[in-house]
Design a binder for this molecule. Structure first.
Ligand SMILES: C[S@@+](CC[C@H](N)C(=O)[O-])C[C@H]1O[C@@H](n2cnc3c(N)ncnc32)[C@H](O)[C@@H]1O
Length: 307
């Protein structure tokens, strides 16, 4: 099998950033054939979607590199101060979520990271397997903070044909990107999705959900516990939620600092959520003692249910 489309993305990244070239090549050397097949399938589809939106691939690659550059700056400041650059979520809203140009670039860059960062790919493929293995038990699906829309697209691909999907995001740009991705890949089923452009905490929902997806949202808010309690209260009796977040992960819009994986687990438990399965994925391939000592980012995700 040829990986022309994935290679096209890689070549553009490599030509623009020797640092990314080094990091990505190292991480790709540990991947197997199934990764490259998935990466090629993603690349064909995403490049087609970008074309349908008249977005050049070069824009997407620049967006990815801009996001990496912003993360590096935040990381350098974190190493000096021990703090994330933003203290209140309102600032993240003002600086990023409400600014169309900024948010669009961020979300397109984040979409590419799903196949350029091994920890994001592991979370992505883990979630797709959950959708595949549990689709017959899910009739109602809620997603909080879809951002780039890729996880909602996968949910629609794998869930039952009569499942109802509800989406909430505080950013009008995220909602627009998610709408466009769903129109492109699932035009016939687009009518099954309800979109809400509002702060999740301000949204009143009257139903319970069999599956709730909240990927990389709780580190963006000052009160993650309120989000988790609300998720717990919205789960149906045997419902499951997929929550992802990160430890020591400074970024232009990260507000809540989890210092350890244990802190995340404690908060999930305190909010009435029982961890059924989890993954803790350091972003560097180093001994865990060094990851902890040097406060290197750990991506974390958990499949949870009501305790
Ligand atoms: C980093 S993106 C996550 C995208 C995707 N879920 C993922 O895991 O890659 C965070 C998303 O959460 C949204 N968000 C942040 N605060 C929110 C809030 N209070 N209510 C709803 N959405 C929120 C942002 O607008 C953004 O789309």
């Amino acid at each position: 099998m040829s990986y022309d489309n994935f290679n096209k993305i890689l070549e553009l990244v490599y030509a623009r950033s020797p640092l990314q070239k080094k990091k990505i090549k190292k991480s790709l050397s540990a991947q197997d054939g199934s990764f490259f097949s998935s990466a090629e399938e993603f690349s064909v589809n995403y490049i087609n979607y970008l074309q349908s939106e008249q977005i050049p691939l070069e824009y997407a690659v620049d967006a990815y590199l801009k996001m990496c550059g912003n993360m590096l700056k935040s990381q350098i400041s974190f190493m000096k101060t021990g703090k994330y650059p933003v203290e209140i979520s309102g600032e993240a809203y003002e600086n990023v979520y409400s600014k169309e140009t900024e948010m669009k670039s961020y979300m397109v860059g984040l979409a590419l990271s799903q196949f350029l960062w091994s920890s994001h790919y592991r979370i992505y493929s883990y979630l797709v397997n959950i959708f595949r293995n549990n689709s017959d038990t899910i009739s109602s699906y809620l997603e909080i903070g879809p951002g780039h829309g890729l996880f909602l697209e996968k949910a629609m691909t794998h869930l039952k044909k009569d499942a109802e999907l509800t989406v909430v995001d505080i950013s009008a740009t995220s909602i627009e990107i998610t709408r466009s991705i769903m129109r492109f890949f699932h035009q016939a089923d687009f009518g099954r999705i309800k979109f809400h452009n509002v702060n999740f905490l301000e949204l009143t929902l009257d139903e319970l959900y069999d599956f709730i997806m909240m990927g990389e949202v709780i580190e963006h808010v000052n009160n993650p516990d309120k989000f988790l309690v609300k998720v717990k209260n919205l789960l149906s009796e045997n419902g499951r939620a997929f929550i992802s977040t990160c430890v020591n992960c400074p970024s232009i819009d990260h507000v809540y600092h989890f210092n350890t994986v244990e802190e995340i687990r404690d908060m999930l438990n305190a909010c009435g959520l029982q961890i059924r399965d989890e993954q803790a994925l350091p972003v560097e391939d180093l001994p865990i003692e060094e990851i902890i000592d040097r406060r290197i980012t750990i991506n974390y995700c958990a499949l949870v249910g009501r305790a």
